[in-house]
Design a protein around this ligand. Structure first.
Ligand code: PEP
Ligand code: MG
Length: 579
């Protein structure tokens, strides 16, 4: 049994089989115990059988499409899958060295191919290439590294990978992916955000984990603490089964709060809304936890699906927006315009940028591509008649960006009038406050928009110069840093001065301690992953706003995050009921 610690990115416990997902071929290298030797020998025979089948299929194809002679090229490869000496050598080494199968095969093949390469005879030297090819093929089969898409997974597994792109995560088959672990990524990376939205436990930032295991091994993810256990013993499996049940019971208790208002003891209402990315997959949990509308729909996920080869059309977008608006006939749905860029890239549209987070992102990309932007705005305006829509612009860093958008909206409205298509008048237009510039300029911006939503995920990365997706500097990424609190307070005060509402839709609002400070600073709404909603509601129902306001004011006078965290933790421990 091996225990690893990573960043707890999405809560939940999962027990299941490892599935290594990686584009690059890697050779795991780890020691195994006595009882695992027979398991590895079985895997070896199965993989030999599959390798032979694949070579035979390939041979057939060569014969059909080329010639009998071309098919013969694979004779040597096929013979290798039955080569008694080679097979025996692998089995002997597995027993003697007690290392995982892939590393043994790699070593046997490596030694053998080097021997052949040193031979005088050219025929034998050529065989070295066949041996290397055979080694690669069987290892690929062992690691299931064909072009598998995560949406094709058809049995329950726990994904282990170096990194998961946003589109990988978005196209995951939720029914079969029990959880995922990756070497890279921070808590507010978009993969982590989607995992939370889909309710899939996830741990990020475990160095070299893809080389420590193989497909089919048992493992446990504890997404609450960030603990990952490979090859757990029976006692540990039992312990986690009990823990999982305990968390499920706790969730049932939380569900009792669903119908109750999110209101403080002294009657201050804090609206709790949902963040969503993939409405069809998430709508159930949004409704289950009783969100009062949608505070952030990350519309870029419509564009990021791996299956989609072209950008979504106006019609496709229109149906997607209509779908979500109709689900909330009595509540507001805030749809954010395209925030592509950063870690959410469409390879066809983007060439690699040296600093993607500071690059051609979100509103910058949209204004540079008015046709793409206008298609989205048209779809949004057309869908507006089906509910209570608000439109939100991401990554605003100056007034021009808002004004240019307003001009495009005017064009869209006149086109819709010409086309005699219905739309709602005066759809509220708001902005994300997620660049330091927007926070500092919030008084001026507040005069020309209808609402603010603080994007703390980006605001923190830009204010603290700390990449939100980099696990190496995750320790610097601190929402309660006084610089962040001062900018948030400034934003909230300027919003209220201009009579507009301010929400937070970054992950900061989904943490009890952080949310407490935000409420004290005067935030009106919190939009968050639905799974965290009732935990926050419980806290809200147990506090007095007047008291929290004073605590939050104290934090503004502090010069380091440690003192802020200490103050808030002590207050919470003394005043909020423990589970
Ligand atoms: C944010 O930056 O806080 C935010 C909500 O937007 P995203 O996470 O999609 O960048
Ligand atoms: Mg953002």
């Amino acid at each position: 049994m091996e225990i690893y610690q990573g960043l707890a990115a999405s809560p939940g416990i999962a027990i299941g089989e490892v599935f290594i997902y990686n584009q690059k071929l890697h050779i795991p290298n780890f020691s195994i115990s006595d009882y695992q030797v027979e398991f590895e020998i079985d895997r070896f025979y199965n993989a030999l059988r599959k390798t032979k089948e694949e070579y035979l299929k390939l041979q057939q194809k060569l014969i059909e499409e080329m010639s009998e002679d071309q098919g013969k090229i694979l004779e040597a490869h096929i013979l290798m899958t039955e080569d008694k000496a080679l097979i025996q050598e692998v089995v002997d080494k597995l027993r003697a060295e007690k290392k995982n199968l892939e590393s043994i095969i790699f070593n046997v093949v490596d030694t053998l191919s080097k021997k052949f390469l040193q031979m005088e005879d050219e025929y034998f030297r050529d065989r070295a290439i066949d041996i290397i090819d055979f080694g690669k093929k069987i290892i690929q089969i062992l690691l299931s590294q064909k072009n598998i898409s995560l949406s094709d997974i058809n049995k329950n597994v726990i994904i282990i990978s170096t990194d998961l792109s946003v589109s990988d995560t978005a196209s995951m088959n939720k029914t079969h992916v029990l959880g995922f672990v990756s070497e890279l990524g921070g808590k507010t990376s978009h993969s982590a955000i989607i995992a939370r939205s889909l309710g899939i436990p996830a741990i990020l930032g475990i160095k070299d984990i893809t080389h420590q295991s193989s497909i089919g091994y048992l493992c446990i993810i504890d997404g609450y603490s960030g603990t990952f256990i490979l090859n757990p013993d029976n006692e540990t499996i039992e312990k986690y089964r009990v823990l999982k049940q305990k968390y499920e019971e706790k969730e049932s208790e939380f569900l009792l709060l669903r119908e109750l208002p999110s209101i403080t003891l002294d009657n201050k209402k804090i609206l709790l809304k949902a963040n969503i990315e993939i409405p069809e997959q998430e709508i159930e949990s949004v409704q289950k936890y009783g969100a009062e509308g949608v505070g952030l729909y990350r519309s870029e996920f419509l564009y990021l699906s791996k299956k989609r080869k072209v950008l979504p059309t106006e019609e496709q977008q229109f149906s997607a927006y209509k779908f979500i608006l109709e689900k909330f006939p009595n509540d507001i749905v805030t749809i954010r315009t395209l925030d592509l860029g950063g870690d959410k890239v469409l390879e066809d549209l983007y060439s690699k940028e040296p600093n993607p987070n500071l690059g051609w992102r979100a509103i910058r990309f949209c204004l540079a591509n008015p046709e793409i932007f206008k298609t989205q705005l048209r779809a949004l305006y057309r869908s507006s008649v089906y509910g209570n829509l608000q439109i939100m612009l991401p990554m605003i860093s100056n007034i021009d960006e808002i004004e240019k958008t307003k001009t495009l909206i005017k064009e869209v409205i006149s086109e819709l009038q010409n086309d005699k298509l219905p739309y709602k008048e005066n759809i509220p237009l708001g902005i994300m406050i997620e660049t330091p510039a927007a926070a500092l300029l919030s008084d001026e911006l507040g005069k020309i928009v209808d609402f603010f939503s603080i994007g703390s995920n980006d605001l923190i990365q830009y204010v603290l110069a700390c990449d939100r997706g980099n696990e190496k500097i995750a320790y610097l990424y601190e929402p309660l840093h006084p610089a962040i609190l001062k900018l948030i307070k400034l934003t909230i005060d300027n919003a209220h001065k201009n009579n507009i509402k301010v929400s937070i839709c970054g992950e900061m609002g989904a943490d009890v301690l952080n949310a407490l400070v935000l409420i004290g600073l005067g935030i009106d709404e919190i939009s968050l992953s639905p799974i965290k909603l009732l935990e926050i509601k419980k806290m809200i129902r147990n506090i007095n706003y007047s008291e929290i306001k004073k605590i939050a004011e104290q934090t503004l006078g502090m010069s380091n995050q440690k003192s802020v965290i200490e103050l808030i933790s002590n207050w919470t421990n003394n005043n909020l009921k423990k589970e």
